[in-house]
Write a protein that binds this ligand. Structure first.
Ligand code: BEZ
Length: 211
C-alpha cells in the first residue's frame, strides 16, 4: 500500500553493509532518510551513493541518519561499494540495506512495475524522530536525484516542525518565512518578535525565527 505523509514509517529488520538493523531502533531520536536504488552495479546509482557519502557531514549536522537500499545481497553491495569509492573518490560512510527478496521494497511500495520491472524506482522517505513520514519523493531510474535539494527540504521540515511557519517557493536557510495561516495577527506579534510584513491577510512574511 502507498505510504502517505504523516503515516508511521513501517518498521523492519534487515541486513545492511554495516550489520543487522531494526529500522525504528536505528533511527532512535534522529531524523532519517531511506532512499532506494534499482540495483547494484548500475551507473546512476553509483554516482548517487558517492554524492550522499560526500554530503554525509551535512546530514550529520542536521541530526539526520541516511540509509540506502538496493535489491541485492550484502556481498554484492560490498563489492559495489569498492567501485563507488574508487570511481567517485569517496568512502561510502552509511549503511546500504540488502533486500534480495524485495521485502522492504514491497513494504514501502518502491516497485512500480509500469516504470521498472522487479527493481525499485528511486524512492526517498524522510522520517522524523516520531517515526512519521515527513516527505516522499519518487524519481525514475533514468534521473539521478538532487541531494542538495534534499538537504534544503530537510532544513524546511525541521524549521516548520519547530515554529508556526511555512517556507515559500525556492526558500533556502536564512530566507524569510511565511507565517502559518492558523496564527492570528495578535499571536504572530508575540511569536515573531522580529516583526512581520502583512502583504495580504493570508500572506505574512517574517525573518527566519531561529536566526
Ligand atoms: C542506473 O542506476 O543507472 C540505472 C538503473 C536501472 C535502470 C536504469 C539506470
Amino acid at each position: 500500500m502507498a505510504i502517505r505523509l504523516g503515516d508511521e514509517a513501517p518498521d523492519f529488520s534487515a541486513q545492511t553493509t554495516e550489520g543487522q538493523i531494526n529500522f525504528h531502533q536505528w533511527i532512535g531520536d534522529h531524523w532519517a532518510v531511506l532512499f532506494s536504488h534499482p540495483a547494484d552495479y548500475t551507473p546512476v546509482c553509483t554516482t548517487e551513493l558517492g554524492a550522499v557519502a560526500k554530503l554525509k557531514p551535512e546530514f550529520d549536522q542536521r541530526g539526520v541518519k541516511v540509509v540506502g537500499l538496493s535489491v541485492d545481497a550484502v556481498d554484492s553491495h560490498l563489492g559495489w561499494i569498492r567501485d563507488i569509492n574508487e570511481t567517485q573518490q569517496t568512502t561510502v560512510n552509511f549503511p546500504i540495506i540488502a533486500d534480495p527478496e524485495r521485502r522492504i521494497a514491497q513494504l514501502y511500495d518502491m516497485i512500480h512495475p509500469n516504470a521498472l520491472n522487479n527493481m525499485t524506482v528511486r524512492s526517498v522517505f524522510v522520517i522524523g524522530p516520531d517515526k512519521r513520514v515527513k516527505l516522499t519523493l519518487t524519481y525514475p531510474a533514468s534521473t539521478g536525484r538532487n541531494f542538495d535539494e534534499l538537504l534544503r527540504v530537510i532544513d524546511s521540515l525541521q524549521l516548520t516542525a519547530k515554529f508556526s511557519v511555512a517556507t515559500p517557493a525556492n526558500w533556502r536557510e536564512g530566507d524569510d518565512c511565511i507565517i502559518s495561516p492558523s496564527v492570528s495577527d495578535a499571536d504572530a506579534a508575540q511569536r515573531f518578535p522580529k516583526g512581520f510584513q502583512r502583504l495580504k491577510p493570508y500572506l505574512r512574511v517574517t525573518p527566519q525565527p531561529d536566526r
